[in-house]
Structure formats: structure tokens, C-alpha cells
Design a protein around this ligand. Structure first.
Ligand SMILES: [Zn+2]
Length: 294
């Protein structure tokens, strides 16, 4: 019985959030536009002995599957690092900063030294057969009643495009994009709870970080470090965004006038009341996730 099973099962979540900061170990774009295909490279997986003098069993198994991987590289979105023909560059500072900020905000313990480690990946989605990952924070506190186990900064895998017989096509544009991985302790006991928790800790945090970065790139905000507490960075609107806001409100007002020009004053009032009714109903349904009124 499903309901009984849920009493036994405990769910832990792994939440991934891509960062649009350029790639983690080279300066290729992380936009994933995939506009101009510039090359295709074919590779096979060949098992080699590890530093301990042993073959990895999974690698041997994959080798006998006799598959060939076709890596497709798009303009501005791949380079020799992505092809494993050049050593990785220094880690992307912006991605590292975002990961550290998130770990700090989640109240995690941040080790004194950060090490780049390797995780074996043998399905061809990592051209090197491993994924680089950095443990940024270890769980120690509860965030929004969720126990966070760890936060890692790692590389995203290549994107599977298609499979034809023994040929597997991957796009390199996603390979190496910084990925924040947040893992929770397995304490969640039903699907609803897991959904709610994912929403609280994963998506919103990461989205805000990426959004701010984009706005900064476009000159809409500036970040200034707090003079008294260096851990705090304050975000300010720039002159450009202030002007944009002024223009935006004028444009919105004009658009509104244009849209409502065919309605009489009475009809406008009716529309306002109907919209308000819908809003009230929505608020009831989505509860706490409804944006607070100013
Ligand atoms: Zn690259």
C-alpha cells in the first residue's frame, strides 16, 4: 500500500542550479545558444589502469558496449578545454563567489581549503570520463526546517542530442557550465514536502544570484561591499536602471490607456473589481507563495 510505504521511505533531495557565469574551467559562454555548429569529434572510451593499478569495472563494461561518442561543438561555446586537449584553466571566480555566498547564506560550514575532486562519469557525457567537483559547504544548520547536507560546485555534463545504434551524439555547449548542487539529509517523508522544500531552498536562491549577475552585466545594478561588514554586499540601482524605470512606468501607463480606451468609466471599474476577485481567489489557492502586497 502506497500510504504505508511512505511511512518507511525517507526522501533526500539533490538540487541542481546552473550558473550563467561562463564555464567553470574555461572562458567559453554558458548561454547554450547552439547557433553555429563548428565541429564534430568522435571518441571511444578506453579503460586504463588507475593510480592504484586497477581497472574500473564500470569502465570495462562500458568499453564492451562498443559505443562511439560524437561530440558537437558550437561557436563560442566550446574550446580545447572542453575537448580535454588543454588543461583546465583556473576556476571561474564569479561561480565560486556565488557558491560561497549560497553556502554562507544557508548557514553551512565552509572548509578552510577547497579542493577540486573528480567523480567518474562513464556514459560519455563527460569527455574526460570524470566530472570536476568542489565541496563548498557541509551541513550543520537547519535552513527553513530543512537539514542541508552539502553544497558542491561542479561541472554540468554534455547534453545528449540523439542516439543512433552505437553512436551517441552529445552537444558540448552544456559541458563545463557551473552547477550548484545542494543535497539535503533524507528526512523528507512525502512528495508534497519534497516539492515545497525544493522550491524554498533551490530554485529561488540560485535564480536570484543569476538574475543579479545578468543585471550587473547589463549595467542595471552595482554591488558595493559594506564598509563595516565585509561579508555583506549591497546591491544598488544604477543611473541607467533608474532612467529605465522612469521610462517603463510611462510606457506602461500609455499602454494601459490604449488598452482601456474602448471601455467606459463604469466598465473600467467593473474590470478592476473582477480582476481583484481573481487575485483574491488566487491568493487563497497559493497561500504563502503569493507575493506580499506593498
Ligand atoms: Zn571552453
Amino acid at each position: 500500500m502506497v500510504s504505508d510505504d511512505f511511512e518507511e521511505i525517507k526522501i533526500g533531495l539533490e538540487i541542481h542550479q546552473q550558473l550563467n557565469t561562463n564555464k567553470l574551467f574555461c572562458s567559453c559562454s554558458s548561454e547554450m545558444n547552439e547557433k553555429n555548429l563548428i565541429y564534430e569529434v568522435r571518441r571511444r572510451l578506453r579503460p586504463v589502469v588507475s593510480e592504484l593499478g586497477e581497472f574500473d569495472r564500470a569502465a570495462i563494461f562500458e568499453f564492451f558496449r562498443n559505443r562511439e561518442f560524437v561530440y558537437r561543438g558550437y561557436e563560442n561555446e566550446c574550446c580545447l578545454v572542453d575537448l580535454d586537449e588543454e588543461p583546465p584553466h583556473e576556476i571561474n571566480r564569479d561561480a565560486l563567489k556565488i557558491a560561497l555566498e549560497m553556502a554562507y547564506n544557508l548557514g553551512l560550514y565552509i572548509p578552510d581549503e577547497l579542493h577540486i575532486m573528480r567523480k567518474l562519469v562513464l556514459d560519455g557525457s563527460a569527455i574526460t570520463s570524470f566530472q570536476r567537483t568542489v565541496l563548498i559547504g557541509i551541513g550543520s544548520s537547519d535552513f527553513e526546517k530543512v537539514k542541508i547536507k552539502s553544497l558542491c560546485l561542479e561541472e554540468d555534463a554534455a547534453k545528449l542530442e540523439k542516439e543512433e545504434k552505437n553512436l551517441v551524439y552529445y552537444s558540448l555547449s552544456r559541458l563545463g557550465i557551473p552547477l550548484i548542487e545542494i543535497s539535503t539529509d533524507p528526512i523528507i517523508s512525502n512528495p508534497e514536502e519534497s516539492k515545497e522544500i525544493a522550491k524554498r531552498i533551490g530554485v529561488e536562491q540560485g535564480t536570484v544570484a543569476v538574475m543579479l549577475r545578468r543585471m550587473e552585466k547589463n549595467g542595471l545594478i552595482k554591488r558595493i561591499q559594506d564598509e563595516l561588514d565585509k561579508r555583506i554586499t549591497r546591491v544598488y540601482l544604477t543611473e541607467k536602471s533608474e532612467n529605465l524605470l522612469k521610462n517603463l512606468s510611462t510606457v506602461l501607463r500609455e499602454a494601459e490607456e490604449l488598452l482601456l480606451s474602448s471601455l467606459s468609466d463604469k466598465e473600467k471599474q467593473e474590470l478592476k473589481e473582477l480582476l481583484k476577485k481573481i487575485q483574491e481567489d488566487l491568493k487563497q489557492r497559493v497561500g504563502e507563495y503569493c507575493p506580499k502586497e506593498a
